[in-house]
Design a protein around this ligand. Structure first.
Ligand code: NAI
Ligand code: MG
Length: 372
């Protein structure tokens, strides 16, 4: 009997190729699992009007974890133009499957490790080994947005001080409002996840990222929550920093950071900054984690210009598979896999184009497999 049920969501373009590479190493590790394919991506939008069909959601309800490749997405109008003729004009609107997935399964942690593997030619500096916890459900990404602005909202604005009091008298399409919403509950659970991680893996310090001196209400809630949560972890040092200063300090001295925790938007920004410092898109991996389900993925997209060529770097996805193993409690397999990846990078004999080599996606995966 297979021990685990894993949803397998290749998606589009290079998503298919990098998941093939991940399967190769998971098979070499002899993970005792059933892999259940799930339809997701552009093809299903064009054909059925839904890039994330209900049957895939049903699969996700039954699995222990999922590995996701990448999908192609396009702006609303461009997406409508590619719908099957029978679906055109029916009012279907393209919605990002990954955003829906996070919401549907309450995947409130976005976990992004950024580690500079020794002798990776793309490292910005050696010694970087930090982990980002990004709140994944609210903040400026709440989706609560107004454009055109409804009358009830302009009425509220009329009672504010200038210049915004004047906005209430403007036409409803002359401005827009996006709401940054931060709850104590969501702030506390991402902070707790960060501190728990620090405790479990013996990390020394947690840095809380915010802008509470200016964005007083919402980031104030986040910072207050941090003070409360931190008091339950007296053995772990913590500090806090403004997001703007943080980007500067991260560039100046990235190896002095350990665990970072931030609301959604700031977390998104520092994730990309840190991913680039340890090799960029070919190395950026991520976990979307909730209490019932976790979905692991490379952070890159479907890279249409390389689709079908099997030349992109599979390491981001292989490291996502390693995160999945850790989450499943397969600590030894996760460790073996990471050591194999590190060794292949260190040797530098097999490299994809982004690392200055000419090896193919599956050759690199094979080389990692050979070290297991
Ligand atoms: P992308 O991440 O797909 O690719 C941008 C460029 O980065 C590629 O052309 C390639 O030069 C490089 N690259 C990406 N992955 C690589 C890898 N594993 N190894 C080596 N080089 C790699 O971003 P792009 O081109 O902006 O978007 C393409 C499509 O992907 C769009 O439809 C976009 O909406 C979608 N997308 C999907 C994401 C997801 O599924 N999570 C995330 C980002 C974009
Ligand atoms: Mg991003």
């Amino acid at each position: 009997m297979p021990k685990y049920k894993i949803a397998w969501l290749p998606g589009d373009g290079i998503g298919i190729e990098v998941l093939e590479a991940a399967k190769l190493v998971l098979d070499r590790l002899r993970l005792n699992a059933d892999y259940i394919h799930g339809d997701i991506g552009w093809e299903f939008w064009c054909r059925e009007g839904d890039p994330f069909p209900q049957r895939t959601i049903d699969v996700l309800k039954t699995v222990d974890a999922a590995l996701f490749g990448a999908i192609t997405s396009k702006p609303i109008k461009a997406a409508e133009a590619e719908l099957a003729p029978s679906l055109k004009g029916t009012g279907l609107i393209y919605r990002s499957p990954i955003v829906r997935l996070r919401q549907l399964f309450d995947l409130y942690i976005c976990l992004r490790p950024c580690k500079a593997y020794s002798r990776n030619p793309l490292n910005y500096k050696e010694g970087i080994n930090l982990v980002i916890f990004r709140e994944n459900t609210e903040d400026l990404y709440s989706g609560v947005e107004f454009y055109p602005v409804p009358e009830e909202l302009s009425e509220i604005l009329r009672h504010l001080s200038p210049p915004f009091s004047a906005f209430g008298g403007l036409g409803s399409d002359q401005y827009a409002v996006s709401c940054k919403i931060n709850s104590r509950k969501a702030s506390e659970r991402i902070l707790r996840a960060a501190f728990e991680f620090a405790r479990k893996y013996g990390r020394k310090k947690v840095t809380v990222v915010h802008k509470a001196n200016v964005v007083r209400a919402t980031d104030g809630v986040f910072l207050e929550a941090a003070q409360g949560v931190a008091s339950s972890y007296p053995e772990i040092a913590w500090d806090d920093a403004n997001i703007d200063a943080m980007t500067m300090w991260l560039l100046k001295n990235p190896s002095s950071y350990d665990v970072l925790v931030a609301p959604n938007l700031y977390g998104d920004i520092i994730s990309d900054l840190c991913a680039q410092m340890v090799g960029g898109l070919g190395f950026g991996c991520s976990g979307n984690i909730g209490d019932q389900l976790a979905v692991f993925e490379p952070t890159h997209g479907s890279a249409p210009k390389y689709a079908g060529q099997y030349k992109v770097n599979p390491i981001a996805t292989i490291l996502a598979a390693k995160m999945m193993l850790e989450w499943l409690g397969e600590t030894q397999k996760a460790q073996r896999l990471e050591e194999a990846v590190a060794e292949v990078i260190r040797e530098g004999k097999v490299r994809t184009y982004d690392m200055g080599g000419s090896s193919k996606t599956l050759e690199l995966a094979q080389e990692i497999g050979n070290k297991l």
